[in-house]
Design a binder for this molecule. Structure first.
Ligand code: PAF
Length: 280
């Protein structure tokens, strides 16, 4: 695997390549990331991964400074997995040599709800860096995890509206044996919190089961799930039943008509914020 730190070196490596498959990450790689790279390998050649902790997508009170940066370990994992041909690991100066005043703002009915409501500016930061990374890598395929469900929709929407020639592929969420979705932030959980953390997925599964049993009142379904988690000590930002197609709230008749739905959730254990989702 070649490790490059500048856009110029990256372009040298990729000159003439028309089937590049790309996996953007912020590093601290786990099995979930490695699965994205395996999928990328089935859909393009060469596979390029990036590691860049993108300051633009963190709010002023968020965990940018303590976000785990583990480049040496990450390189070892990628070398062992043998799926990636080029790793692009730019520093901040390379990605943002001047203040990034020109940014991509997703429409508010997609980028301003759920994660966008609790993390203002998050999807503007994500869209801007993803567009910039696409411009550096020029992939024909890019792979994103479904764990960041709304992010996947924002990126798809951006590609469609700007007619970017990048096919976006989604990989299912990879979970630990107890159901906890893999995430770089899981390492912040203390042992007791780590034991409690799978309950977020339990709450999602419970809501799915209730919908499948015929419950059609979205507010009652959400109240029930929020109550379940609060009683166990979680601070819930949201746990919400949405339509898969646009992440807006379904009506009771859409729920009865079996419109494809997804339950999305974000909740905190102590200072660690976890997100997860489950399609119905
Ligand atoms: O999902 C992530 O790790 C990040 O949001 C991404 C897509 C790499 C952009 O910084």
């Amino acid at each position: 695997m070649k490790v490059v730190h500048t856009i110029e070196e990256l372009r040298d490596q990729l000159r003439g390549q028309l089937r590049v498959a790309f996996v953007p990450t912020m590093g601290n790689l786990h099995e979930g990331h490695l699965a994205l790279m395996k999928l990328a390998r089935q859909h393009g050649d060469p596979v390029v991964a990036s590691i860049f902790v993108n300051r633009l997508q963190f709010g002023p009170n968020e965990d940018f400074d303590r976000y785990p940066r583990t480049l040496v370990d990450d390189i070892e994992k990628l070398e062992r997995a043998r799926d990636v041909y080029v790793l692009f690991a730019p520093n901040e100066r390379e990605m943002y040599p001047e203040p990034q005043n020109f940014q991509i703002q997703p429409p508010s009915d997609l980028g301003g709800i759920l994660e966008g409501e609790f993390r203002p500016g998050f999807f503007t930061g994500v869209s801007t860096v993803v567009l910039k990374l696409f411009s550096c890598v020029q992939p024909s395929v890019a792979v994103f995890g479904k764990k960041d469900y709304q992010q996947l929709m924002v990126v798809r929407n951006m590609c469609r509206q700007f007619q970017l020639p990048v096919n976006i592929l989604a990989h299912e969420t990879v979970r630990d044996a107890d159901g906890l979705a893999l995430s770089s932030r899981n390492r912040f959980l203390e042992p007791a919190q780590r034991s409690e953390a799978p309950q977020l997925f339990v709450a999602l599964q419970e809501m799915k089961a209730r919908v499948e049993e015929g419950h059609v009142d979205p507010d009652a379904l959400e109240r029930h799930a929020i109550e379940y988690l609060r009683k166990r000590g979680w601070q819930v930002d949201y746990i919400s039943l949405r339509r898969q197609r646009d992440l807006l709230a379904p009506t009771a008749s859409e729920i009865s008509a079996r419109e494809p739905l997804v339950v999305v959730a974000a909740a905190r254990l102590g200072s660690t914020r976890l997100i997860d989702n489950l399609e119905i």
